[in-house]
Design a protein around this ligand. Structure first.
Ligand SMILES: [Fe+2]
Length: 229
């Protein structure tokens, strides 16, 4: 992705979030120059990869296959983490109509995907077979807002604003907006996007960036280049 495209997505997403009365934490708006002045006190933001995370999954077509993510909080999943009982993460996502997140599952993370407002969120799920294919023969049993429901494999589930679905381990899932842009919440266990995504078709979770202009704000993968405590 070109940096200019990422900057434009950030500006557009920020305006949408503000219009939805969803407010990001202050570190969202630290400039690259601000980052160069930060010390050890912000180590958690870097190590947990909090912040802007915009990806086209290597597709070259963000509008078709892409996802806007801002990680608001995340925890250290290792047993020697500093805050023992903090095992949770929270993200805000934006899904445009027909903008798909590639089918994937998580080995460890259980996540709730929440339609926080806007259009309809369409979710499609399959159980994984032992050899990581789609299981086309077993029904999908999921919890939707405290109610256990069963669907045919690959059936389209439509979540309206306020509705959510719990995605359990090794449940393949893909989702996209329908009708209009959707503000999506994700509440989950501690999250490691470097190791806990099993994409059905291998994709690049984080994009290669063509630096055609300066970053407006840093993506989580930019921190090592700017943060020198
Ligand atoms: Fe997921």
């Amino acid at each position: 992705m070109k940096r200019s495209e990422i900057n434009a997505i950030i500006r557009d997403a920020d305006a949408f979030l503000r219009a939805q009365q969803f407010h990001l934490p202050p570190f969202a708006y630290w400039s690259p120059a601000d980052w160069a002045t930060k010390g050890e006190e912000v180590r958690e933001i870097v190590d947990r990869e909090l912040g802007w995370d915009i990806t086209d999954f290597g597709s070259g077509n963000y509008a078709d296959t892409g996802l806007f993510i801002f990680t608001i909080r995340n925890s250290d999943p290792s047993p020697d983490r500093a805050i023992k009982n903090r095992l949770y993460a929270e993200k805000v996502l934006i899904c445009d109509p027909n903008q798909k997140t590639p089918l994937h599952y998580h080995w460890f993370k259980c996540e709730d995907i929440i339609n926080r407002g806007g259009g309809t969120l369409v979710v499609k799920c399959y159980n994984a077979t032992d050899d990581d294919a789609f299981d086309e023969s077993t029904p999908v049993s999921v919890n939707i807002d405290g109610t256990q429901k069963t669907f045919a494999p690959g059936e389209l589930l439509r979540l309206q604003p306020g509705e959510s679905i719990t995605i359990t381990n090794r449940l393949y899932h893909t989702f996209w907006g329908e009708g209009s842009r959707v503000l999506v919440g994700e509440v989950s266990q501690a999250n490691n996007d470097n190791t806990d995504n099993r994409f059905y078709t291998p994709v690049g979770r984080f994009p290669q960036i063509d630096e055609d202009e300066e970053p407006l704000y840093l993506l989580c993968k930019d921190y090592p280049r700017y943060y020198r405590p």
